[in-house]
Structures are given as structure tokens and as C-alpha cells.
Design a protein around this ligand. Structure first.
Ligand SMILES: [Zn+2]
Length: 195
């Protein structure tokens, strides 16, 4: 019997109870069976595996801390758009990836590099308007000055989306009350080591 969508995601906390990743109930059961995690909270729903009927885990706690490493995320256009929430960093509008471009804040012709701290998502219109000029020269404001993404925050915020009620006590308040644009858990500048 398939598990209904709303019970299909499991929030994994690390040993220090930091939200670490979201996995499927199958992965969660496997981690528990291997002694790598314990069940912390279950959904009010069961699933039949073999001869037994088990409550579906909503939240599990891993038995180790996840190490956080700096800036491991690989630079790519997709990663830039993801960091910027698919939002043009000049006009503030959200676009599908296909309508976004990468803008060199400091233009390449002025020595601006294609790096995390010089590339932002920009819509075609804003990119064209800015041209090979600095934001100041173009009379434009960069909404969020670019920097390497906080990978842990990113990965988890991305996958949390609409958190089930069962997760709420385990999420930082900022995450629960956030809207789409500030949908980040701030773990500091460190990224997780997922092994
Ligand atoms: Zn724009």
C-alpha cells in the first residue's frame, strides 16, 4: 500500500538536534534498523512492511553529529539561481530558471570573476539594462550582495518546503514562520558533511 504524500518525508536531525536533511520513510527505517538513527516522532499513520505494521517516522535523530564544512557547494548557474531563490537580484521578481541569466556584478571586462561573490541571478531585462557597468554606474541596486551559499541551510530549506505539523517543534522558529524568500535555516557559514 503506498504511503500518502503527506507522510512520505522524514526529517533527520543530527545528534545535536540540528535539522540535517529530509529523507524517505524507507531510508529512515533502514537507518533505524542499522542502528544509525532512532525514531523521535511518528506520524499518525502506519505502513505494512513484511508481516508487521509500523508507524511511519516523522522525525528521526541520527546518532552522530553532521560535520559542517565551508562552501563545498559547486559553482554553477543552477546553484546561483538556487542561492538567489530564482529571484532577479535587481528587480526582485521571481523567474523560472530558463528566464534567468548570470550577471557579473563587477563586469568581466573590469576584471570581475565568475565566482560565488561576483555572480547574481538577473532577469534578461535587468542584465541588458545593466550592461558592462557596475551597479553604481548603472544606477541599480543589488538586492543581496553575492556570497557563497550556506549549503546546509540551503539544502535543508529547499527540501523542507511546507513542513508537516509533526516537524514544527524541531525546526527553528525562523524556518516555521518564514516566507518563500527568507526560507533559510541559518547554521552559520558552514556546510554539512553528508559522508
Ligand atoms: Zn530583473
Amino acid at each position: 500500500m503506498p504511503v500518502p504524500q503527506q507522510f512520505s518525508r522524514v526529517l533527520a536531525l543530527d545528534k545535536s538536534w540540528r535539522p540535517t536533511y529530509v529523507c524517505s520513510w524507507q531510508v529512515a527505517f533502514s537507518l533505524i534498523a542499522k542502528g544509525k538513527a532512532k525514531e523521535e516522532h511518528v506520524y499518525d499513520a502506519t505502513v505494512r512492511t513484511g508481516s508487521s505494521e509500523l508507524y511511519i517516522p516523522a522525525v528521526i535523530v541520527l546518532n552522530k553529529d553532521v560535520k559542517w564544512r565551508r562552501n563545498k557547494k559547486r559553482f554553477s548557474a543552477h546553484a546561483v539561481y538556487e542561492r538567489d531563490g530564482n529571484t532577479c537580484q535587481y528587480c526582485g521578481q521571481v523567474f523560472p530558471e530558463s528566464k534567468l541569466t548570470q550577471d557579473h556584478v563587477i563586469p568581466a571586462c573590469r576584471g570581475g570573476k565568475r565566482t560565488w561573490d561576483n555572480i547574481v541571478a538577473a532577469c534578461l531585462k535587468c542584465n541588458q539594462r545593466k550592461g558592462p557597468r557596475t551597479p553604481a554606474e548603472a544606477g541599480m541596486t543589488v538586492l543581496n550582495w553575492p556570497c557563497p551559499p550556506k549549503m546546509g541551510s540551503f539544502a535543508i530549506a529547499h527540501s523542507i518546503g511546507n513542513p508537516p505539523a509533526e516537524w514544527l517543534p524541531y525546526l527553528p522558529a525562523s524556518e516555521v514562520n518564514s516566507d518563500a524568500t527568507s526560507n533559510m535555516i541559518d547554521f552559520g557559514a558552514d556546510a554539512p558533511d553528508m559522508d
